[in-house]
Design a protein around this ligand. Structure first.
Ligand SMILES: [Zn+2]
Length: 267
């Protein structure tokens, strides 16, 4: 096994991880558009190696903080992008256009709320990945990383699992906010999210890498996934209940029958 070192940097909204090897670097995951400069500075000042060593970017799903920087980095440095097979269908069509607009607006709201600098967030709504991934695939160039399809937050979310070290990058499957581990917002497909969490709860995991916050040090990941799997159908309250409507504009999001039931209750 070639030696690997995990690094992380704080992006505009989320953390970005890098798996560094002697001859190549993997980026997890696609970041915000405004994170491009941070990535460039990280290679120059911290890794002290050329950005041409970045051999692959994996975008776990199409949200602005996971697919915003990737296309810009590809354009500037010819770095290929890998994403789940269906990723580009998420923002397709009329509904997809408005879903993309709603998701970018929500990201701007997060920036406002967290008092982060007001940087560029808009990004292409089609990623056109160079590599389309499926459940159980390994990453191109990084064969020790495998893909776990974990729909729920969207229909195309993936987690990345490092087979030798049992490190799991879970992207937005669980977020850590104000000292609590929670389901992300939105959970568009509650039943699928439950299945995804149950799948993760059966895995052998040494370390969890999250895009938003870090797991509580004393929290057992398997127990946590099991616990959260019991909460996927809990109804939203307050501002989230209102915002939930705008998270279902994508044609693919409307395919969730559970969402329809929730919507009927809300209306
Ligand atoms: Zn997300």
């Amino acid at each position: 096994m070639s030696e690997m070192k995990i690094h992380s940097i704080d992006g505009q909204i989320q953390k970005i991880y890098f798996a560094e090897y002697s001859d190549r670097v993997l980026m997890l995951d696609g970041g915000c558009r405004s994170d491009v400069e941070k990535v460039e500075l990280f290679f120059r000042d911290v890794l002290k190696r050329p950005i041409s060593d970045l051999k692959l970017i994996v975008s776990t799903h199409m949200h602005p903080d996971h697919a915003g920087a990737a296309p810009i980095l590809r354009r500037k440095y010819a770095v290929p992008i890998a994403a789940f097979n269906d990723a580009d269908k998420w923002y397709n069509g009329f509904g997809g256009f408005f879903q993309h607009l709603a998701d970018c607006s929500l990201s701007w709201l997060v920036v406002l709320k967290t008092h982060k600098p007001w940087l560029r967030m808009w990004y292409p709504r089609f990623l056109k990945p160079n590599y389309r991934l499926f459940e159980g695939n390994v990453l191109p160039f990084f064969y020790e990383w495998s893909i776990i399809h974990t729909p729920g937050h969207t229909d195309h979310d993936i987690c990345l699992y490092h087979l030798q070290t049992k490190i799991l990058y879970i992207a937005d499957t669980v977020v850590h906010i104000n000292g609590k581990c929670l389901l992300p917002f939105p959970v568009v497909f509650p039943e699928k999210m439950k299945d995804s969490l149950l799948k993760l709860s059966k895995m052998e995991i040494s370390t969890i890498l999250q895009a938003h916050g870090e797991l509580c040090p004393n929290e057992n990941p398997n127990t946590l996934f099991l616990k959260l799997a019991q909460t996927t159908n809990v109804k939203l309250k307050g501002q989230f209940r209102f915002l939930n409507f705008f998270m279902r504009l994508s044609k693919r999001a409307k395919k969730s029958t559970v969402v329809f039931r929730n919507f009927k209750i809300l209306s």
